[in-house]
Ligand binder design. Structure first.
Ligand SMILES: *Cc1c(COP(=O)(O)O)cnc(C)c1O
Length: 250
């Protein structure tokens, strides 16, 4: 795609990495198209490429390959990459557990926070985004309610309990500067993703009964994107199948 040949070892290495990313991205896009047709859907879900653990240079390569949306799960890492990449034309989606005291930092770069799981965090984001809007005029922050699909008798980690979605939705909807976009979930380990995403589709339908504009369903990762598409995902969050493996623990 580049109109001048590489002159340095660094440039050749970049080209090699870009070629790998291009190939994996094409394979994932092919899976998405195939699953969308198989599900009888006309609308392809939006691809968010999850770049956590991978360098800012990869985000730049992905942007050059046409990726418009990237996902990150740690504020420290995401804010550093966003700063390093300056005005690069990508939307940053925050998809990890978020402490309220990080809200101020996240609203400086994030287009969406997909992991809003409690009232306190919604309030912190509302306050932070209002301040940022005063200072920079940034657009409203898209908020997804992260729902826990764990079947654990009421103890919900990594998301709000399905019964808490209504209250949280009302709080987000009434906050100036926050835009209620929909729901997000991760299929529980060991459970069949179809069952998890079918449940999420039901939670989304219940939400839309009161908040018709909150149509987003962010679901589906490398392993289960086909199941997520069958059950109505509007956004997919794909990391390892495009960027390669990452350290298991950090
Ligand atoms: C890391 C992560 C992903 C991407 O997962 P892959 O299996 O690498 O595709 C998606 N969603 C969330 C919330 C994540 O933390």
């Amino acid at each position: 795609m580049t109109d001048h040949p590489p002159h340095t070892a660094q440039a050749s290495a970049d080209d090699a990495r870009s070629a790998v990313l291009q190939e994996r991205l094409a394979a994932v896009r092919h899976r998405i198209s195939a699953a969308t047709s198989a599900a009888g859907r006309l609308d392809e879900p939006r691809l968010i490429v999850v770049t956590k653990f991978h360098p800012a240079a990869d985000v730049r390569r992905l942007a050059a390959l046409g990726v418009a949306d990237v996902g990150e799960n740690r504020d420290q890492e995401a804010s550093a990459k966003a700063a390093e990449l300056g005005g690069l034309d990508v939307r940053w989606h925050f998809i990890g557990q978020l402490q309220s005291n990080k809200a101020k930092s996240v609203v400086k770069y994030a287009h969406s926070v997909q992991s809003v799981d409690r009232l306190q965090l919604a309030d912190a984001l509302a306050k932070a985004v209002a301040r940022e809007q005063d200072a920079t005029g940034r657009p409203d922050l898209y908020c997804y309610i992260q729902v826990s699909l764990e079947d654990d008798g009421g103890e919900h980690r990594g998301g709000a309990g399905p019964d808490d979605v209504g209250l949280l939705a009302d709080r987000i909807e009434t906050a100036a500067g926050l835009h209620l976009a929909g729901v997000m979930a991760v299929a529980p380990l060991g459970a069949h993703p179809d069952a998890a995403f079918e449940r999420l589709a039901g939670i989304s339908a219940a939400l839309r009964a009161n908040h018709p504009a909150a149509v987003g369903i962010s679901a589906g990762m490398s392993q289960d994107l086909e199941a997520a598409i069958r059950f109505g995902a509007t956004h997919l969050r794909i990391g390892s199948d495009i960027l390669g493996s990452r350290p298991a623990v950090r």
